[in-house]
Design a protein around this ligand. Structure first.
Ligand code: ATP
Length: 695
């Protein structure tokens, strides 16, 4: 048994041993395992976030690795709920089967001190655990090891310090201390609303368009005003001692219309800010909650509906699984995340995480705006919440049930078309947007700039809140991140190193993750990792660069293109089932120097081309006049059928692509002969203009 435990893949990272375990060594091998364990906060699937550690304990226990790069490894041993239950039964650990987690008595609390006898939560999907009493958390393997030690030592509990995280570097320690001081500084220099003169309070409320929110509500939730920046301050109280863990600052900017733009900043930074705002006001016996996408919405729900309400820390962009244990007590969860299609789609996805049968969703619409607006417009909250739709859908529905969905799609055509690119207007015009659940196939000649281009396309979306996961099998993550950072900063950072921290800080805030694979990979491992990432980080877009790196491990005695079709089919299924957009980079099948590629250049069979919703080709024509010029051709667009082609100039210093500045061409919708149009558009240099890249 020890052998198998030790084989489960450990990396020695912890240098400090707890006194307890040093004094009570169970047996050398296991002790070694516990003291030199795999980092506590390393996810089983090897996903690493862009910024700070993924699993910063609520209440901020020390264990997190600040500079965890944004990468993902294959699961050590994928865990199923059946495995978890089976294991707990063999260890005679009682458990309750909750919505997202199994609840067990905490092994980190002395039996006599266990207030809530089932305070340890094991995530049913990942096996990740959290003890709410001590805030100890870790992977399923960590928990198994702890249970083995307890059994071996015949103990009925373990010290919470038995599991150690990464040791902090001096720099990390300083950063953390700085953050804590900053939180305290902001909090102590902000003013409770009740202490503001009435006219000033009113002015601030008008600025934030929250005139209907009462001072009493603001006081109950502890909202303050930070005068230097005229920001509202939302506190994060957490941990067994309900101490102050962080703050969110919200500022409002007038747009000249009746809408204001909100800007927010958190300390600690957003990727380690895990505050379910409103949680301290939830009673232990409360069985119903309204989950919102914003602190202001939670204030509105609480005041107008008198119901417990909590707000997601990063809006509707993600529901980190580490927060799920805090929502287990509720028999009914109403998700009222916003007023647009994206928040509606997010609520459907989160209800799967939360357990469909207890969730109901408020469908955005004219009569159901976001809560803070509903309060402003005097809407009946009771009615809105009561008329929310159960998330558990039936297999067979009538048009009556679909009617509102269809209407929603008709009135929100722009939103239904997906997220728009900020840098690629031509893509917006042809594809209309980037939609969930679609499969895009992207190809182009070798070395034509596929990675560079798709990197910018994905970065553009990520900057607009599309949570992104990269599977870069060809170039390593550092190089890829360097390309993306250059594109993000739009300049050669080598020459402006003093700006590096500025851009890196901003870049770190993006929800951008990288798989740690390099070279040939097994398709199943890659799909398992993607699945895991979708669960952990609510990934909306996965880029696989490129498919050829999954071909090597398949049985190549079978036709190569049949294997390719099979792999594309697997990604297609993943995209549909996970409501996640997958972009697959594929090398072309044949390349002839003087011919443009076509859809048929990519695929082994027609069946495979049908799987893709979008087919994009980076066309390369080596022109003496404009050597970097490429054109992007959309040869398939399942959404509305529009296809087309447009030119792109390459800016070497920023590694970005852009439409030629003074191009005379117009985007054309292609009905037939692409080659001819290509010739007309790009191959003939402008008369009398040598070396002019503009057509
Ligand atoms: N339009 C362009 N003009 C000139 N150089 C470019 C252009 N686009 C990219 N590059 C440069 O060409 C090199 C190769 O680019 P990239 O790796 O993106 O190509 P690729 O098509 O993905 O290659 P591969 O076929 O090996 O996968 C990089 O150094 C990149 O900066």
């Amino acid at each position: 048994m020890w052998r198998s435990l030790l084989l489960r893949g450990t990396t020695c990272l912890v240098q400090v041993a707890t006194p307890r375990l040093l004094h009570q060594r169970p047996s050398p091998p296991l002790c070694a395992r516990l003291l030199t364990r795999r980092p506590l906060h390393r996810p089983p699937c090897g996903l690493e976030p862009r910024g700070e550690g993924y699993f910063l304990a609520h209440g901020g226990t020390r264990a997190f690795k600040k500079d965890a790069k944004s990468s993902v490894e294959a699961p050590v041993s994928p865990t199923t709920i059946t495995d978890i239950k089976q294991y707990l039964r063999t260890k005679e650990i009682p458990f309750h089967d909750g919505y997202s987690c199994l609840h067990t008595p905490s092994i980190f609390v002395e039996p006599s001190a266990r207030r809530d006898s089932f305070s340890l939560f094991v995530d049913k999907t990942t096996g990740q655990f959290l003890c709410k009493d001590t805030l100890v958390e870790g992977s399923w393997e960590d928990l198994q090891d702890c249970l083995e030690v307890m059994q071996k030592e015949e103990q009925d509990f373990l010290s919470p310090r038995v599991l150690l995280g990464y040791p902090e570097s001096v720099e990390e320690q300083e950063d953390r201390e700085w953050e804590l001081r900053e939180v305290q500084r902001i909090w102590s220099s902000s003013v409770p609303f009740s202490d503001l003169p009435e006219d000033e309070a009113q002015l601030i409320k008008t600025m934030f368009q929250i005139t209907k929110i009462s001072n009493a509500t603001l006081k109950r939730f502890g909202v303050r005003l930070f005068k230097p920046t005229k920001s509202l301050v939302f506190p994060w109280f957490g941990g067994p001692d309900s101490s102050l863990k962080g703050v969110k600052l919200l500022s409002a900017q007038s747009t000249g219309t009746d809408k204001v733009i909100y800007n927010e900043a958190t300390v600690p930074k957003c990727n380690s800010y895990y505050n379910l705002f409103g949680l301290p006001l939830v009673g232990r016996m409360d069985a119903e909650v309204v989950l919102t996408g914003h602190e202001l919405d939670t204030l509105a729900v609480s005041q107008a509906a008198g119901l417990p309400s909590v707000a997601l820390p990063r809006g509707f962009s993600c529901l980190p699984p580490i927060l799920l244990p805090y929502l287990e007590q509720f028999k009914r969860v109403t998700l009222w995340l916003g007023d647009d299609i994206r928040s509606w789609e997010a609520s459907k996805i989160y209800s799967r995480k939360l357990g469909l049968r207890r969730c109901s969703l408020v469908r955005p619409g004219e009569s159901r705006p976001r809560p803070v607006e509903a309060l402003d417009r005097g809407k009946n909250f009771g009615h809105i919440i009561k008329s929310s739709i159960p998330a558990a859908h039936k297999s067979i529905v009538s048009f009556k049930q679909l009617r509102e969905d269809v209407y929603g799609e008709l009135v929100n055509t722009e939103q239904v078309a997906g997220v728009k690119w900020g840098r690629f207007q031509e893509l917006n015009r042809i594809l209309k947007g980037h939609r969930k659940g679609e499969l895009t196939v992207f190809t182009g000649p070798t070395g034509s700039g596929k990675t560079t281009f798709i990197s910018e396309v994905a970065l553009d979306l990520c900057m607009q809140g599309v949570n992104t996961l990269w599977g870069s099998f060809e170039i390593n993550n550092v190089r890829l991140a360097k390309i993306m950072l250059t594109q993000f900063a739009m300049q050669r950072l080598e020459e402006n190193l003093e700006q590096y921290d500025f851009w890196a800080d901003k870049f770190e805030e993006l929800a951008l993750y990288f798989m740690t694979f390099h070279g040939q990979q097994n398709i199943k491992t890659v799909l398992d990792t993607m699945q895991h990432a979708v669960y952990l980080y609510d990934i909306n877009h996965v880029i696989i660069d490129n498919l050829q790196f999954m071909m090597g491990q398949e049985n190549l005695s079978v036709d190569k293109f049949a294997v390719q079709d099979h792999i594309i089919g697997a990604f297609r299924k993943f995209a549909t089932n996970s409501s996640c957009h997958v972009t697959l980079v594929i090398h072309p099948r044949k390349e002839e120097d003087d011919r443009e590629l076509q859809t048929a250049s990519i695929f082994g069979s027609a069946k495979a081309s049908q799987e893709a919703d979008n087919v994009l080709i980076l066309q390369e024509k080596k022109l003496v006049t404009c050597p970097g010029r490429r054109s992007l051709q959309v040869t398939k667009n399942r959404f509305d059928g529009d296809v087309g082609i447009f030119p792109l100039d390459f800016h070497k210093s920023s590694l970005t692509f852009a439409a030629p500045i003074k191009g005379r061409h117009k985007l054309r919708k292609l009905a037939g002969n692409v080659d001819k149009i290509l010739l007309n558009l790009f191959l003939i240099p402008p008369p009398n203009k040598k070396n002019n890249c503009d057509i």
